[in-house]
Design a binder for this molecule. Structure first.
Ligand code: MLT
Length: 412
């Protein structure tokens, strides 16, 4: 009999969102009348249609695929040059950041890249994650065998958890001990916190002192409204030598169903071999992509390119304004209900303290049963998330207003 990957058996009950889906299904089966009242503010999935500039580009690209003269087969595994150029120019160089076209790798999602990046990193790295945390960072390390077993609160041995609390504004601080790989997500999923420049400078300094690599997830950068908050880790001097950045078109262009993202691997970023030699990671990631990936579809890449057109940029701004408007409605509703609320200013998530000693999952059940609203329990993101829940602002305005109204009516 063949061997399976034992590391998978260390994973806790299931990925958070499937577990939420299971509970919601059980609720709607038991309460069919409530099903039509249900409003989903759990998984951060966009609700608004794709911008018109994207639809136009998709139609044109589909027509090209239907004609022998313009048909495209396999594209470059790293992404078409014109999209890599549009990204590097508009997302980075236009803001004075030194990122070359060929340091951009186009992919089908940041979630995939956050997991896949472990292919090019060694198995002996000390890993640090914020707590609460996007579960993918932890689970992919478990799958790769970088951890021991989880304890009863779900924390894995072999991972350093960096507490993010109300006291530190939910932004992790560099630890006193050595770690090799650090996951940072700003603006943060799930708390909505955004790291300031001095906070990111402290991390880059730490990474230089310790020879660490920062895996910087900037999937929500388009939601930053406060001036001075960095949109990219490369705004910090020295980050090109210590950081990889992940970005996505999911939450700005509404591409969760279309799938397109990018990872920046600077050519100046190095790590050491087992023999202690310093080597660049860029050729390794290039090798990984050309071996395990065949590129994002031509049609999708043309759609992503359209987001950088003048009208595409305006339509993206409209989408962000819409979701941040929802966040403001939700923040006001939760505050009016007497709850402690964080986030929603630089991110499409609001982070709410559970009242009356409810655990996060007890609050989830209460809100599902009494308000017929699906949220995400904070403890699903880590032990420091216990006592909190996340409300996603990805919804119609009508639904956001209704959720705010129902939160106010809840009797705890
Ligand atoms: C979330 O709800 O945390 C996100 O939608 C997950 C993701 O982007 O993969």
């Amino acid at each position: 009999m063949a061997y399976l990957n034992d590391n998978y058996l260390k994973l806790k009950a299931g990925y958070l969102f499937p577990e939420i889906g299971r509970r919601v299904r059980a609720f709607t089966e038991a309460n069919p009348d409530a099903a039509s009242r249900l409003i989903r503010c759990g998984i951060g999935d966009v609700t608004e249609p794709l911008p018109p500039a994207v639809i136009k580009a998709l139609h044109l690209a589909v027509d090209e695929m239907g004609s022998r003269e313009t048909f495209k087969g396999y594209g470059p595994e790293q992404g078409y040059d014109w999209l890599r150029h549009a990204i590097a120019k508009n997302d980075f160089r236009r803001h004075g950041l030194d990122v070359a076209d060929d340091e951009i790798f186009v992919s089908d999602g940041s979630k995939c890249d956050c997991g896949a990046i472990l292919d090019i990193l060694g198995g002996k790295n000390e890993i640090a994650v914020p707590d609460p945390v996007y579960p993918v960072y932890v689970d992919t390390n478990v799958m790769a065998g970088h951890t021991g077993e989880a304890n009863e609160s779900g924390a894995y041995s072999g991972i350093h958890y960096l507490p993010c609390t109300l006291e530190n504004g939910f932004v992790p601080e560099p630890p006193s001990q050595h770690v090799d790989v650090i996951y940072l997500c700003s603006p943060n999923n799930p708390t909505g916190a955004a790291a300031t420049r001095p906070q990111l400078e402290a991390w880059v300094q730490y990474a230089h002192e310790h020879g660490s690599i920062i895996l910087f997830d900037a999937a929500y950068e388009a939601y930053i409204t406060e001036p001075g908050i960095p949109h990219s880790i490369y705004e910090i001097d020295g980050a090109r030598e210590c950081a990889i950045e992940f970005r996505s078109f999911s939450k700005n262009g509404g591409f969760t169903g279309l799938r397109c993202a990018l990872t920046v691997v600077p050519k100046s970023l190095t790590a050491r071999t087992a023999l202690g030699e310093s080597k660049a990671l860029h050729p390794l990631w290039n090798r990984r992509m050309t071996t395990k990936f065949n590129g994002v579809s031509y049609v999708t890449q043309r759609a992503a390119e359209a987001l950088y057109s003048t009208e595409g940029q305006e339509q993206v701004r409209d989408l962000i304004r819409h979701y941040l408007g929802n966040a403001a409605v939700l923040v006001a509703g939760a505050k009016a209900a007497g709850l402690t609320v964080f986030g929603g200013t630089n991110a499409p998530y609001i982070w709410v303290s559970t009242p009356a000693n409810y655990t996060s999952w007890a609050a989830f059940d209460k809100i599902l049963n009494d308000a017929n609203v699906v949220i995400t329990p904070g403890s699903g993101f880590g032990s420091q998330g216990e006592g909190w829940f996340r409300v996603s602002a990805f919804n119609s305005r009508t639904n956001a207003e209704e959720v705010a109204r129902r939160l106010k009516l809840l009797q705890w």
